[in-house]
Design a protein around this ligand. Sequence first.
Ligand code: NAD
Ligand code: G6P
Ligand code: MN
Length: 433
Amino acid sequence: GVKIATIGGGSSYTPELMEGFIKRYDELPVREIWLVDIEAGREKVEIVGAMAQRMWDASPYDVKVHITLDREEALRDADFVTTQFRVGLLEARIKDERIPAYYGMLGQETNGAGGMFKAFRTVPIILDIVEDMKRLCPDAWLINFANPSGMVTEAVVRYGKWDKVIGLCNVPVMAQMIEPELLGKQPDELIYKFAGLNHFHWHKVTDAHGKNVTLDIINKMYEGDETGMPKNIHDIPFPREILEQMQMIPCGYHHYYYQEEETLSHALEEYKTVGTRAQQVKQTETELFELYKDPNLDYKPEQLGKRGGAYYSDAACESIASIYANKNTQLVVSTKNDGAVPDLPADCVVEVSAYIGGQGARNVAFGELPVAERGWLQVMKAMELLTIEAAVTGDYDTALQAFTINPLVRSGKTAQRIMDELFIAHKDFLPNF
Ligand code: NAD
Ligand code: G6P
Ligand code: MN
C-alpha cells in the first residue's frame, strides 16, 4: 500500500483530496494518509482529520488517517508527499493583501507584492521539508500545491536540488472542464497545449482531428457567462483584440496584467467595502469547519466550491496515480523546462502540458511565443528568480530588485515603503531576513 504525507493537513481543502484518492483507489491503493500540521493549526487538523477518516470509513476501503504535528514521523518511508501549507495562515494573507491595497497597489496571494512575500515565507519551509525528505523518504515524490506554486517548485529544484517534484494548480483543470462544454464537446475530444508560468500561462486547443479550435473557444467566451474562472478572480472580459491577435487563451490571473486598471480598481473597491479576498475566505473557512465538526458528515460539502482552489485534487490525485501506475496521463504541471518553452532557460521551472508517468513529467514542446507574450514571460521569470533568491539569501537589495521589476508593483518610494511594512508585518515568519 501507498503512504501519503500531506503537509498542511489542516487545510479546509483536505476533504477534496480524500475524495480524489477514494475515486482513484483501484489504481492507487492508499494504505495510510498522514496529515501534518503545526501547533497553530492543531484544532483545524484535528477537525478536518476526523472528517477525512469518516470519508474513508464511509468508503469500501480500509485506510487510516493519522493526524500529527511531527513531520518526521509522517515523512518516514512516505511514497508521496503533498504540500498545501500556508505559513502564517490566513492572517498572514490578510496582511499580504491589505498593506499593498492601503497604498493603492494590488494585494493578492500569488501576484504582486503579497505574492512575493508569500514566497519569502514559504520557500524556507519547503527547503526544510526537502532536507527532511532526503533523510526520511529519499525515493518519494513531492507534489506541491503551496503557493506561489511555481516559485515554490522552482526553489525545490534550484536550491533544494530535488528533481522528483511536480508543482500543481487547479486553474488549467478548470479551463479543461469548462471549454469543452462551451463547444458542446466531451473533454477527451479536445487536445490541449499549455505553456508559461504558474498563474501566468496561455493555452491552445485543437480538436481530435488536429483542427485548431482556439478561436472558436475565444468566441464562445464572449457569448455566455461561464468562462471557467476560479471563484477568487473577478471576471471581466479580456480585451478581445489581444486574444484574437495571439490566438491563445490566457489564464484568469492574466486579467491582472492585461487589465491592471480594471482589476486593481475592483480589488480596491472590495478592500474598502467587503474586505480583501483573504477576509472573505476566512468567513468561508469558519463555515466549513463548523460543517466538518458534524460527526455525521462523511462527504465533501458543496460549500467548499466557494474556494478558488476547487478541483485541485483532480490535479493532485491524478498526478500521483499517474506516477504510481505509470499512466502517462497528460496534465499541466510546474516542472523543469528542458526546452519545452524555448523563450526561457532550459533549467528553470515552467508550467506546461506534460505526460506524467513513472519517471515524472515529460514535457510537450510548445514552441516560441508571440513577441509580446515572450516579453511578459521573461520579465515574470526574472521576477520569480529574484524573489526566490531573496527568500533563500535574505538579501534586502535582491528583494527590492524583485519588487521593482514586478509589473504589478509600481516602482518607487511607495513600493519600497510597502516592502518595508510587509517585512515588519511578517517578521516572525522571515527568519532569513
Ligand atoms: P490554510 O490557511 O488553511 O493553511 C493550511 C494549513 O497549513 C493550516 O492548517 C496551517 O496550520 C498549516 N501550516 C502552516 N505552516 C505550516 C508548516 N510549517 N508545516 C505544516 N503545516 C503548516 O490554507 P489553505 O487556504 O487551505 O491553502 C493551503 C495552501 O495551498 C496555500 O498555500 C494555498 O495558496 C495553496 N493552494 C494552492 C492551490 C493551487 O492551485 N496551487 C489551490 C488551493 C490552495
Ligand atoms: C485559484 C488558484 C489557487 C489559489 C486559489 C485561491 O484556484 O489556482 O492557487 O490558492 O485560487 O482561492 P481562495 O478561495 O483561497 O481565494
Ligand atoms: Mn493555483
